[in-house]
Unconditional design. Structure first.
Length: 146
């Protein structure tokens, strides 16, 4: 695994959690659109053809989704703490700043350039060097993750 791929794990974990949360919200929306089994219509709810059994299944799916989200959040927290500690091990402050802002805070290149007071092309160059430095320092970690 390259240094860049390794560091992007945080963003990938965030995306997984966002996907799970979106699915959970869709399921919740489905729950509130279910018609009661007796066929009575609640004016606050949208009528659909689902039965009580369907509601029970959706509730179980939401519960499962909640557990998945919590599990992924725990993994994300551990990963973020590990990678942040590793980035903190970079001695060159410029490299540290770029790696932290890009891979932990998810800043855009332009924002990093503004924050550092340098031109964006220098951010790109320093980023490449920062990745090399990270790879050099943590080569043992990167080799284990392949």
């Amino acid at each position: 695994m390259t240094a860049k791929e390794y560091l992007q794990q945080i963003r990938n974990a965030h995306k997984r959690i966002q996907t799970l949360e979106a699915r959970r919200e869709q399921l919740r929306s489905d729950m509130y659109s279910i018609k009661s089994p007796a066929g009575s219509m609640n004016p606050d709810k949208v009528q659909s053809s689902m039965t009580g059994d369907a509601l029970i299944k959706i509730i179980a799916q939401v519960d499962s989704m909640e557990r998945d989200i919590v599990r992924e959040l725990r993994k994300l927290y551990c990963l973020q703490r590990t990678i942040t500690n590793q980035i903190d091990g970079i001695k060159d402050e410029r490299y540290h700043t770029i790696l932290y802002q890009r891979y932990v805070l998810f800043y855009m290149w332009e924002q990093i350039a503004v924050n550092m007071g340098i031109e964006i092309r220098w951010v790109y160059r320093l980023h490449g060097k920062a990745l090399q430095e990270f790879g050099r320092i943590y080569s043992n970690v990167l080799n284990k993750t392949n």
